[in-house]
Design a protein around this ligand. Structure first.
Ligand SMILES: [Zn+2]
Ligand SMILES: [Zn+2]
Length: 274
């Protein structure tokens, strides 16, 4: 399994996950050109992809979808609510590349099991994903207003995760955003703060997570240093050593991050964040 964020943040999200020769993107919220260039850095071309799994219709998750699919013919998977939002923006996505699933119902693409699970966020029917194959699994959970049992349970047990560490609450309150935007970010259907991300990671670590990316950082209300220091500080207080017990990395906003490579459930992270 290879897990690699290609871009992560409020300006655009796209994550690459592969199991053997089955290769997927979760979201395509950066331009088609940027996606193609990022794939090239992994030694891949768009034709190598088996599908794009969409979390929700916000532009930072779907920006490149139309051009990418028109150009390269990659199938897109989303639930009906998300499709409704995508087609409002990009009504000309060819029918033959549109596939729909139901939130909470897992399905297979080849031998890869895909579970879209519900997340609390202000979109039509937003989801996170767990992808599983041969005892390995990876999860993406961003754009999350608050911690609840449903999504934490869904993500638990994945060896590699990308979890939202969107903001520092003090930076939001002191920052330049208008009141309604601050309220949106901090609401129960907005975004997850650094501290809540750390709380979730403690639980995930107890359930076998070996590698974690902090993702979807706000450009205004967080920095990679603040996110990493807050989360690693709380993990250390809880007796979890980042870099030793748990590989911890901040996903980069506008370039590809170091990848996580996992081989079998028996081996630990073979080459993590190299
Ligand atoms: Zn969103
Ligand atoms: Zn987003």
């Amino acid at each position: 399994m290879i897990f690699c964020p290609l871009a992560s943040g409020s300006a655009g999200n796209c994550t690459y996950v592969s199991f053997g020769d089955k290769r997927f993107l979760i979201d395509a919220g950066i331009s088609a050109t940027k996606i193609t260039n990022a794939l090239k850095q992994l030694g891949l071309s768009p034709a190598d992809l088996d599908g794009i799994l969409v979390t929700h219709e916000h532009v930072d998750h779907v920006k490149g979808i139309y051009v990418f699919t028109r150009k390269y013919g990659v199938p897109i998977y989303a639930n009906t609510g998300t499709w409704h939002g995508i087609l409002k923006r990009d009504p000309d996505i060819p029918m033959e590349y549109r596939y729909a699933f139901e939130t909470g119902m897992d399905f297979y693409l080849g031998n890869v099991n895909i579970m879209p699970f519900a997340i609390p966020h202000d979109a039509n029917d937003p989801v996170g994903y767990v992808l599983r194959c041969s005892g390995l699994s990876a999860a993406v959970a961003t754009d999350i207003g608050h911690i609840n049992d449903e999504w934490v349970r869904a993500v638990s047990g994945s060896q590699a995760v990308l979890i939202e560490a969107n903001h520092n609450v003090e930076m939001v309150l002191a920052g330049p955003y208008p009141y309604h935007l601050k309220q949106r970010i901090l609401s129960r259907r907005g975004h997850l703060c650094n501290e809540d991300c750390a709380r979730v990671l403690m639980q995930l670590y107890a359930n076998g997570t070996q590698a974690a990316y902090l993702g979807h950082l706000s450009g205004e209300n967080n920095t990679p240093e603040v996110a990493y220091d807050t989360v690693s500080g709380m993990l250390i207080e809880a007796g979890i050593r980042p870099g030793e017990d748990l590989a911890l990395n901040v996903a980069r906003r506008d370039q590809i991050s170091d990848m996580v490579v996992l081989e079998t459930p028996q081996e630990s992270v073979r080459r993590s964040f190299f």
